[in-house]
Design a protein around this ligand. Structure first.
Ligand code: B3K
Ligand code: ZN
Length: 877
């Protein structure tokens, strides 16, 4: 594929007025008739042809105003249909008939079959695999959809909008018609047909309209959709209360399918979900599953306003809907659960996924300016950093200012395809604030690095805080401008009191936000009676890395006293990191590894502190991950040394805290029945963290085996199995537990995904052989994205020692798999391949092996999909 540039954007020459689609469904030969009414855009070139997009289509008919089109008036290529000699101003009708094969569609883009169900995925460019169409998000039209299918096999016929009616249609067939009154781009089109069970409910909106809610799942799984339904109703209510947004159709449907490339899709009125993010009950779902379901149900629902009512002008604007909608789902979860714990989890995720992306060969701005394959830009930068940018707007403007800006955005752009500039302008106009410099967050890639120092002058009673910002070079962007970075802060005195300065000079400070806008800037606070400890970037107000050499005493002070729980967690992390880095270095040099007693004391104090919520204590005990340590170390990384060092620190904490962990484990035993609420989940998380530490000092697997035997919910069961498998991989107890788990859940693929993932992450030498063996397991299916991600994906992304074995064998295995997966499903292959994006940061032996594996992929070039070709070329560049 060629590169597409933002600068080349121009509107279409023709306006699409209406779309009428008729599907005659057949597993291998579905007939699609598309009647499209266009008129030439005012001011457009009178000779301009109509160019429609297509992909792997078999066109069997083409009519102009109901009459067969003369062959000399059109040209069909592999990816387009060009029609000439069209009317200057009157509307005209083009009718295209295509034949498509849903069964053969292994890419899972366009119309395909999942477990006997017809379903669609059209974002970003899947609609062109259904019919020839102006397949771009700025073409909005009203759709009518007729579906004809065998009645027995497909009692259910669904599409977007409201149901118009249905009836029999010849022997053994029936049809249904749907009408969506809201103009939409083709990427929001959806169709589902098949035989599914349903869970039904209703929601009464703020203007007292009743909306029918339906969640469709495989027969027999209805009970497992109850939590998703509850999350949907809470999302609808929250969007009314917090953003003033009401739902706009008579019906809202969710369909769960088992073959899906990503999490879910926000099609108008008919969301389609990976069943992993719908189905849950205590026996089969972990607390993390429940939290994910809540977040993703909310995310897709929130798209109805941020994405569907206001969509993107072009795919460069993807963060307009994704960054904003992630921000909305984060806020929703924060309101439903513990805000601080949610924030910690978000930051952990951002640092482990987005920071490496931003620091590596795939770095790109939140609003990119060019792409070769749009599917490769559904990234953590567009989503999660995009959300952080929205959060910073809220921080800068304050709650009311943010709300005013959002209201103006909805008012101005409802029904339109908008840009990032339109979005920012709404906040500027509603608040009278210039956000030009702030907008660099959309345009400059790379994580800003901020170096901080502070000095206290007791005589003058002043505190000076000097900050210097540097944005690293990223592909295509060498020189960077200083950014507007909003940093929440507090000056913490003795006993945790917060000093309020008499005055501040050197830059803008609004409330508890310090605005860093220059390359280097010194803020001077006056009237500070005693030396305070500076707590900076509280709540992680800006997605940056701070280099602030605070003493252990100051960090401990923050960890103990800050009223911002996130900052307390960050201080603990900052205390732990130097220990973990030193441990990795000692392990690499074959030296003894030592754990600072101060660190284990601080952690154990938090673990036992009952005034703190359990989930927070569990987060503190989790310590920075292997990838966090690798990122801190920067380069020349040896994953074995990092692992070994980290394990030694964990063991030292386990030994020092044996009594604490024992009493936590015993006292937190769940009594009564399971509830998935955040407080209960937090207690399970803390208890399971304690179990992990206990197993580190245990010589025998008996304790973990007993935890496995006693577990009465999936959170505890999966954690016990993880502890057994990771700590005692060869023990008979572990083999027995793995076998018991496999047979107990043999008919539940989503649970077996956990079984695959737990084994794929067993560290150390046998990993590759284990993964290869598991690929032969009858429950593994190379055609199912969830299976592939849970085994091969988890191995590559989450088993640093196993995947990065120094002989490079795992990289070469991985390269072979990528090539095989690419033949069936390019999107899945390209996404998995990003696991190698940080190869240059490895020590030279591993780096060279990784490079060679990448080269084998690149050498397959003529056969590669544009998805994989794009990723491998950028990674190697
Ligand atoms: N908008 C979809 C993602 C589509 C990805 C296409 N490759 C789900 C979401 O972000 O809500
Ligand atoms: Zn989204």
């Amino acid at each position: 594929g060629r590169t597409i540039h933002l600068a080349d954007y121009r509107p279409t020459d023709f306006v699409l007025e209406r779309v009428d689609l008729t599907f005659e469904l057949d597993p291998t030969e579905t007939k699609v008739e598309a009647r499209l009414i266009f008129h030439r855009r005012e001011g457009a070139d009178l000779n301009a042809p109509l160019v429609l997009d297509g992909d792997e289509l078999n066109m069997t008919g083409l009519l102009f105003d109901q009459i067969e089109m003369a062959p000399e008036r059109y040209t069909e290529t592999a990816d387009s249909l060009t029609i000439r000699d069209l009317p200057e101003s009157v509307p005209f009708e083009i009718t295209v008939t295509t034949l498509i094969n849903p069964e053969a569609n292994t890419q899972l883009m366009g119309l395909y079959r999942s477990n006997g169900i017809y379903c669609t995925q059209c974002e970003a460019e899947g609609f062109r695999r259904i019919t020839f169409f102006p397949d771009r998000p700025d073409v909005l039209a009203v759709y009518t959809v007729n579906i004809i299918a065998d009645k027995d096999a497909n009692p259910l016929l669904l599409s977007n909008g409201n149901f118009l009616g249905g009836a029999g249609y010849g022997p053994g067939k029936h049809f249904a018609a749907w009408f969506d009154p809201h103009p939409k781009p083709s990427y929001l089109f959806a169709l589902v047909a098949g035989d599914l069970g349903v869970v039904e409910d209703t929601f009464v909106t703020m203007s007292e309209r009743e909306v029918a809610l339906k969640i469709y799942v495989e027969h027999g799984k209805e009970a497992r959709a109850a939590y998703a339904m509850d999350a949907l109703k809470r999302s609808m209510k929250w969007d009314e209360e917090v953003f003033g947004r009401e739902y706009d159709l008579d019906i809202f449907m969710i369909v769960a399918v088992s073959d899906f490339n990503m999490g879910a899709m926000e099609n108008k009125g008919l969301n389609i979900f990976n069943d992993k993010y719908v189905l849950a009950d205590p026996e089969t779902a972990t607390d993390q599953d429940y939290a994910n379901i809540e977040a993703i149900i909310a995310h897709e629902y929130f798209h109805n306003w941020t994405g569907n009512r206001i969509t993107c002008r072009d795919w460069f604007q993807l963060c307009l809907k994704e960054g904003l909608t992630v921000y909305r789902d984060h806020e929703f979860s924060a309101d439903q659960r513990s805000r601080a714990v949610k924030r910690i989890a978000e930051v952990r995720h951002l640092r482990s996924e987005q920071f490496p992306e931003d620091a590596g060969p795939l770095a790109h701005p939140v609003r990119p300016t060019k792409f070769r394959e749009i599917n490769n830009f559904y990234t953590t930068t567009v989503y999660e950093k995009g959300s952080e940018v929205t959060r910073m707007i809220a921080t800068i403007l304050g709650r009311d200012g943010f709300k005013k800006g959002m209201d103006l955005y909805f008012e101005r752009h409802d029904g339109e395809a908008a840009t990032v500039e339109d979005f920012v302008k709404s906040f500027e106009d509603a608040n009278g604030r210039d956000l030009t410099q702030f907008s660099l967050w959309y345009h400059q890639a790379g994580t800003p690095q901020i170096t901080v120092s502070s000095t206290y002058d007791a005589g003058a009673k002043t505190l000076s805080l000097s900050l210097e910002q540097m944005v690293p070079a990223t592909p295509g962007q060498t020189a960077k401008e200083p950014m507007h970075i909003p940093l929440k802060f507090a000056l913490i005195g003795e006993n945790g009191s917060e000093a309020s300065p008499a005055a501040v000079s050197g830059g803008e400070v609004t409330g508890d936000v310090l605005h860093l806008t220059e390359r280097s800037q010194t803020f001077v606070f006056t009237g500070i009676g005693a030396r305070p400890v500076v707590s900076l970037n509280r709540s992680f107000s800006a997605p940056v890395t701070l280099h602030f050499a605070q003493s252990k005493e100051d960090l401990a002070h923050i960890a103990r006293h800050d009223s911002d729980l996130f900052a307390r967690w960050q201080a603990i992390t900052d205390l732990a990191l130097p220990n973990l880095m030193a441990a990795a270095k000692a392990a690499a040099a074959g030296k003894a590894i030592e754990c600072d007693a101060g660190l284990s004391d601080a952690l154990l104090a938090i673990a036992a502190d009952e005034t703190l919520e359990a989930a927070f204590r569990a987060q503190a005990l989790a310590l920075p991950s292997e990838s966090d340590i690798a990122r801190e170390l920067g380069s020349n990384n040896d994953p074995d040394a990092i692992y070994k060092g980290r394990q030694a620190i964990l063991s030292a904490i386990a030994t020092a805290g044996a009594d604490t962990f024992r009493s936590l484990y015993d006292s937190l035993a769940s009594g009564g029945s399971f509830t998935p609420d955040a407080a209960s989940a937090g207690r399970r998380a803390l208890r399971n963290a304690a179990l992990g530490f206990l197993a580190l000092s245990d010589k025998s697997p008996a304790g973990a085996a007993q935890a496995f035997a006693k577990a009465d919910n999936m959170t505890d069961l999966a954690q016990a199995l993880t502890v057994l498998a990771h700590r005692f991989p060869e023990a008979p107890e572990t083999h027995a537990a793995l076998a018991a788990f496999e047979s107990r859940f043999a008919s539940n693929a989503l649970v077996l995904d956990k079984w695959f993932a737990i084994q794929a992450t067993i560290p150390g030498e046998g990993s590759l052989e284990r993964v290869m063996r598991l690929m032969q397991n009858p429950h593994f299916a190379a055609s199912n994205p969830n299976r592939v991600r849970s085994l091969i994906g988890t191995f590559a992304f989450a088993n640093a020692t196993g995947f990065n074995r120094p002989d490079g064998k795992a990289y070469h295995f991985f390269a072979e798999e990528i090539l095989a997966i690419d033949k069936r499903n390019p999107q899945l292959a390209a996404r998995l391949l990003t696991a190698l994006r940080s190869w240059r940061l490895l020590e030279p032996v591993r780096a060279e092996q990784a490079r060679e594996a990448l080269m084998t992929i690149e050498r397959a070039a003529p056969q590669l999909s544009s998805d994989v070709a794009d990723i491998v070329e950028r990674i190697l560049k």
